[in-house]
Design a protein around this ligand. Sequence first.
Ligand SMILES: [Zn+2]
Length: 410
Amino acid sequence: MAVNRLYQQDPYLKETVTDVLACEPAEQGWALLLRDTIFHAKGGGQPSDGGLVDGQPLLDLIERGEEILHVVAERPARTEGVRLALDFDRRFDLMQQHTGQHILSTVIENLFDSDTSIFRCEERINQIDIAKPLSEEQLREAERETNRIIRQGLPVRSFCIRPEEMAQYQTKMRLPIAPHEVIQLVEIEDFDLIGCGGTHVARTDEVWSLKILHAKDVSDQKTAKGAMRLYFVCGGRAEQDYHVKNRAFYKLSALLGGEPEDLPQQVEALKQRSDDMAARLRLLEERLLAFEAADLLERGRAVGGVKLAAALLEDRDMRELRALAEEITKRGNAVVLLASEKGAELPVVMAQSKGATGLKAGDWLQDLLGRLVGKGGGGALFAQGTFAASAEAVEAVRRRFEEVGALLDR
Ligand SMILES: [Zn+2]
């Protein structure tokens, strides 16, 4: 049996008393069929309302044909005279977003002949997909015109018609709506008339304001139904968004010590300095590495016709050890054994110049993999392992370096 949707006549109705017609078990508890409802179930881009059913929080609202299932945790103690209470703050926020979307979509159609295909009212930011992409100036113009309509305080009226009456109304269904036996039309006086099952404010000035936050080209996305996706907020959300961004803006400009309007240039300059410093740092690291490699090779022990450069270093990560080993093996006919405690890790690198020995670096490491907690591996010229750092592990690595040195002596 069709539920009497009281929100269609009066979206400002905060409370009512009704009867439970049926009650069935549901995943989260019990699903109730009510004679009347003040709750709008998710649909047409608008999320579900919240509230209380006889004091119990409403957990979910599910459209089933012309019925709405009201899901609560406990089976209600009574079926007659059940009180419904709407979370009106949430509802009013959704009405602001939804009505703002009607105005924005119509403005974009009127000004730029770009239709809206999808509307999503999310918990924080709303989205619409539009057919044709707009320039930054066009978006600004659409926003300005939308806010002009909002300020005019035009009456917004909802009324229901039967499907066969559709023909006499010069309107269209912009968004899919649930297949009820009646169709709700929403009229913004002298501006817009459209089919929509959602809830709306009574006058456009109750939207307060609309702000387009950003736009994204979605023409290459298969799931998108338009060329451009617009992100926007209305009413209290726009105020909150302005508050958060304004605070961040002043905080950032205070940190950089300039005027707020110079922030983009200041950040650009800061990024340039940071890039320059990163490039300079890379250069210095390379020079230092060459110097360190030469030093380790110089101090290395000549054994079996090669230079053995073995060292336990400090605070070096795997990337640094690899670069150092590569530099040393390039510079001379050498075997390189390097390790370094770095936080909780003990990276180990074992490498040799091409043709330095008839042995394999991977075999030298294998012994450590069997004895310590860690992982790694390698081939003939290069092997690496990362182990859990501890005094015992460092000692095991030091001993292994000696053993490899002894292998070369033979
Ligand atoms: Zn609507």
